[in-house]
Design a protein around this ligand. Structure first.
Ligand SMILES: *Cc1c(COP(=O)(O)O)cnc(C)c1O
Length: 372
């Protein structure tokens, strides 16, 4: 595969920007003789929790495990329904499956996030009260309508686990993503807003007793080496990634500001109905910049010819994947908005080191593809 002249994402650019710091941190860990769950992970967990405004953060192996462990730690398992969206990365739904619970898929609102009105309808139809958890996904870096989602979930006795994999540093009414639900899952996959140079994830929670259970569950169920709890796995954040993430976290605010400045460049040049809708009172951190195209194939063709990388997040809503056919439940009325979106969305290049002049070129190419 040849690299696009303007790639969709460029995690190596982040390494090069602070190369000396990363190299020194990696060497420090390698010389420390402590490689798993040591001082770097502890320090990162403290710094991460503080940045989200919660009591605890628990480092784990990846974002998918963070969702699985958060749900398991909250008692979700076989027989339960967990409401979430189909317009998301597959791991959101795969993680629910891994707990033994069944995903119940709800349609999205005009911002592409879990629609509170449709959630309310699903809850109303849930006479047996099997919906025990709700997993809103803060898609592309913009928060779902948490005040309304929380109100509906709490009234139904369901816990809320935020999928913050795409929303590190986002907020709503000034309150950070990850501080709203009972727990929140974060991913440090290299292209995420807070990306490691490998796999990593974390669970944030303001419930110290849950954090204690999660610290046991991530490591074989050890409370200490003499007392174990069942359901334990091995999903640990390692010292090298934690040391890298501490450096990345210190730059997160500035990096998110750069993403927002690039989004402003795009929005100033693209027609309103093509640019992504932005909710009031939210800080969007543009993990992805996703436009809505009248003719996606044509826009993709024009951009590819200009050496511009694009991708579709996500071409198939989860319930349309053959492997999930019949395994997921759909909320009453189905998912018309989700299905309509899938054929028109297109992700444009977006990463902090993307030069403004390049973003202008991308926007011009999109305009050309629209005949403007
Ligand atoms: C990336 C992502 C995940 C999974 O994270 P991994 O670290 O790759 O396991 C889950 N949910 C969403 C919305 C994501 O974007």
């Amino acid at each position: 595969m040849t690299e696009a002249a303007i790639p969709l994402a460029d995690p190596r650019a982040a390494y090069r920007e602070h190369k000396a710091d990363f190299d020194a941190a990696i060497e420090r860990v390698l010389e420390s003789n402590s490689y798993i769950l040591g001082a770097e992970v502890q320090a990162f967990e403290r710094e991460l929790a503080a940045s989200i405004g919660v009591s605890d953060a628990v480092g784990v192996g990846n974002g998918t495990d963070a969702l699985v462990l958060a749900l398991m730690g909250l008692g979700i398992g076989p027989g339960d329904l967990v409401a979430t969206v189909a317009h998301t990365a597959v791991p959101t739904v795969a993680a629910i499956f891994q707990t033994g619970a069944q995903p119940l898929l709800v349609d999205v609102d005009q911002y592409g996030n879990l629609d509170p009105a449709h959630l309310a309808a699903a809850v109303m139809a849930d006479k047996e009260r099997r919906i025990r958890a709700v997993v809103p996904v803060h898609l592309y870096g913009q928060m779902a309508d948490m005040p309304r989602i929380l109100e509906i979930a709490v009234a139904h006795g369901a816990v809320v686990v935020e999928d913050c994999a795409q929303a590190q540093g986002a907020s709503m009414h000034g309150r950070p993503a990850g501080s709203w639900g009972d727990a929140a899952a974060f991913s440090f996959y290299p292209t995420k807003n807070l990306g490691a140079f490998g796999d990593g994830g974390a669970i944030a929670t303001d419930k110290p007793d849950l954090a204690e259970r999660l610290r046991a569950l991530r490591q074989y169920g050890w409370k200490d080496r003499l007392v174990v709890m069942p359901g334990g796995q091995n999903s640990r954040l390692d010292e090298v990634q934690a040391a890298i993430l501490r450096i990345k976290l210190a730059h997160l605010e500035a990096d998110n500001d750069r993403r927002r400045a690039l989004a402003d460049i795009y929005a100033a040049r693209l027609p309103r109905e093509v640019a992504p809708p932005c909710r009031e009172n939210t800080r969007h951190v543009y993990h992805l910049y996703v436009v809505t195209c009248p003719d996606r194939a044509e826009t993709q063709r024009v951009l590819a010819a200009a050496g511009i990388g694009t991708a579709v997040h996500y071409a198939l809503p989860v319930h349309k994947h053959p492997g999930y056919n019949g395994l997921v439940a759909l909320a009453p009325g189905g998912l018309p908005r989700t299905e309509a979106l899938a054929s028109r969305i297109l992700s444009l290049p977006m990463y902090p080191q993307l030069k403004a002049a390049y973003a202008e070129q991308v926007a011009e190419a999109v305009r050309r593809s629209l005949g403007l």
